[in-house]
Write a protein that binds this ligand. Sequence first.
Ligand code: AHR
Length: 503
Amino acid sequence: MRTAQLTIDPAFAIGPADRRLFGSFVEHLGRCVYGGVFEPGHPTADDHGFRADVLDMTRELGVSVVRYPGGNFVSGYRWEDGVGPVADRPRRLDLAWKTIETNAFGLHEFMTWAEQARVEPMMAVNLGTRGVQEACDLLEYANHPGGTALSDLRRKHGAERPYGVRLWCLGNELDGPWQVGHKTADEYGRLAAETARAMKLIDPSVSLVACGSSGRGMPTFASWEATVLEHTYEHVDYVSAHTYYDPSDGDRASMLASAVDMDHFINEVVATADHVAAKLRQRRKLKISFDEWNVWYQSRLQADLDQRGWVEAPALIEDTYTAVDAVVVGDLLLTLLRHADRVGVACQAQLANVIAPIRTRTGGPAWRQSIFHPFALTARYARGSVLRTEPVGPTYETKRHGEVPVLDSVAVHDEERGELTVFAVNRDSTDLELRLDLRGLPGLSAGSHLTLAAGDDPSATNTEAEPDRVTPRTITPPTVDGGRCTVRLPAISWNVLRFTTRP
Ligand code: AHR
C-alpha cells in the first residue's frame, strides 16, 4: 500500500472557516424553484407552498447563504414581476432557459423561504437587460425602512420591516456570449461601477460582488477580471468566480483532480485582483465570491434545451451524481477551505433538482444525492481555524491537470472546543496509508473516521428507489500514540477524521 504523510500544526493558520463558504444557489431554472423548494399542493407543502421535505434537507445540509434569483435567468428578469398579488403577476418568456416564467414565486416568497431555511439571502440584480435605476429600485424596495414609494410598496405587499439584504451580485456572467445582455469587460466594468456607487448611496452596509469570468477556460479570463476591477475595485467587496467540472468524457483520473484546477483558478484570480490593487494603490484586499461551483454533466445541456418548446418548469439539468462525483465535490470544498483567507463566499450551484444535492419528484418524495453528504459533513465539522497542511506523498499523471498529488487534505482546528478535524481525499484507486503527525496539538485523542468511499462501486448513485446507496460510513477510528496516528484511506474516498482533547 502507498503511504502519505501529513504534519498538522496550529501555528499554520490560514484563517477562520467562514460560514459563508457553505452557500447554495436557487435559480429560476427548471425545477429548482417550481417543484423544488416551492410546490403548492405537495403533501408536505406549508401555507406558503414551500416543500417541508426540501426545507428540512436544506437545514440538514447546513447551507448558510443562498444566491437568488439567478444565474443566467437574472439577466432578463424584471424583479417587479415577482411582487404584489400573485394573481396579477405576469407570465413571461425566460430567454435564458427557454421557459415560461409564471412569477408565482418572487422576492417575498424567497425571503420568507430563506427565513424558514435559516439562510442568509444573496440577491443578484439584472445588469444584462437593465441597469443602475432598476438595481437601485430593487435595493430601495428591499432594504429601505419606509416613507418612499418603493419601500412603502414593499410594506403594502406585507413586509413591514426591510429585508436588510447584505450580499448583492452585480449581474451574472456578463462575459459569456450566451448571456442575455452580454458585454465587453469595459462596458460591464463601467456599468457595474456606476451601479455599485449608487447602491452604496442607498445602503452603505451592502457588500457587492463584481462579475469575474464565468470560467477559467474563457478566452477573456484574467483580462476580464483586470479590466472589470480597474473600473470597480474601490466600489466592490468581492469578485466572483464560477466553475463546473464535467465527468462526461469518462476520464476519471482527471475528474478526481478537479480541485487542482480550482486551486489554480483561485490563485490566478487573487493574483489578478492584487495586480489591480497595486496599480490603483489600493491597500484593501479583495475577496472572491465563488458563487457557482459544482460537478455538471454539461455536455447533456444542449439536448435538454433542444427537446422542447416554451413550457413551465421543465426538468432541466437534473444530473444524477455518482459516488465519484461526491468525492470530487468533497475535494472542491477542501480547496475552498484552504483559501479561507481570500474566498469569502461560496455557493454550490444549485440547491434542488438542477445540478443539486437535493432531488425531488413533483408530487413525490425528496432524496439526498451522493454529493449531499460531503457538503453536509464539511458544513457541520469545518468550524474554527483552517490550518495549512503540507502533504508528502505519491503523485499521478492526468490528461487535464498534469501530475497531481494522490492525497488532498485540509485541517480545521476548533481551539475552544478542543477539536481537530482533518478532511482528506484519496484520489487513487487503491487504498492509501496516511501517517499523521499531530505533535503540534498535544493531548489529542482518538476520534472518529467517516469515509465516503467510491472505490468499490464508483458509478453508484442515489435514486428515489434507492436513496441511501451512497452514504458515508464509519470505519475503525484512528488512535493517537505519542502524537502520531496512522489511518487507511479507502480507494477513491473522501474522509473526515475527528480528534478531540476532551475525555
Ligand atoms: O447554474 C447554472 C448556470 O450556470 C447559471 O445560470 C449560470 O450563471 C451558469 O452558466
